[in-house]
Design a protein around this ligand. Sequence first.
Ligand SMILES: [Zn+2]
Length: 329
Amino acid sequence: MNDPCQIAASLLGDIDWQTEISGFCRCPGEALHTHKTGKKDCRVSVDGAPTIYCFHSSCAPAVTVANHKLRCAIGQNPWELKLPGGMILRNGDVLQAGGTVLPREIVPARARAEGRDAGEQLALETLRAVAERFKPELFETFRWPFAQIISDSPLLVAERDAEDQFRTWLRLWPAHCHVWIGDVFSSGKPEHRTHFRPVAEWYRIGPAMGNFTCGAAFKPGSYQRSNANCDGTRFLVVESDTLAKDEVGAIFAYLNRRLRFNLHAIIDTAGKSLHGWFDAPRNARIEAQLKAVLTVFGCDPKLFTYSQPVRVPGAWRDGKLQRIVWLRS
Ligand SMILES: [Zn+2]
């Protein structure tokens, strides 16, 4: 038996195929789910590095074991599938969102260019394709509209006044941190040193020095917002130029609940978007995976440049307050 779809079905039971190579299946760790299981919570894909992906996180150990089995079984013998339109997909090739095939021979070259091993690169290319496939279910399952975010906040923050907003936000930072606040160009010259101050000092001054800050703290004495000047304390600030306030909450909920990145606060930028402040990824491998999926979901990859300016709560933008709308207790 060389058909990867048959092999997957022999391990997982009936699969509700959505395309030639991907469909919904029963989660191999369903018994471990702590929340209600939906029909579209778990998906299997047989291209690239064959992958079972489930929206629950409690089943992770069982899914890891099942993924290992699936990859061994499907990788045992070479196979080819004829796709509609006549294209051929071979074992290890990745079927991309637009219907093109990423040939397996390209993966090692990409891996070398980006300084990672070929296995990790294949996992990353697969993740990108898999994320494209589960994106519609993600926005459905993790739906978290703006009004719901405000009413779900563990602490009532949205109605606090400007000063309170600013001080509440400052408390997200460890006391020793030096934080930048300014306008986009308040950086780069020695006179801009005044925009880089310890948290306690900002606490006294307020946000009067600008509408922006960064998700990263800076080394004392800095006068330039650059990655080299970051001191290592940082948040991942998730934002999207394309997702509306009622849509982007799904990404925040997915990161917080499924991927277990701690959500600290959600900030209304007083414009079209919301920013989610999360713990930064622990290492470069996790960061690369997160960057791949967030880009697929419509987030801005520049959010991984930690010295990038983002809106600071407590400042006014065209008569509207930049404010925290959800805050962890
Ligand atoms: Zn599961």
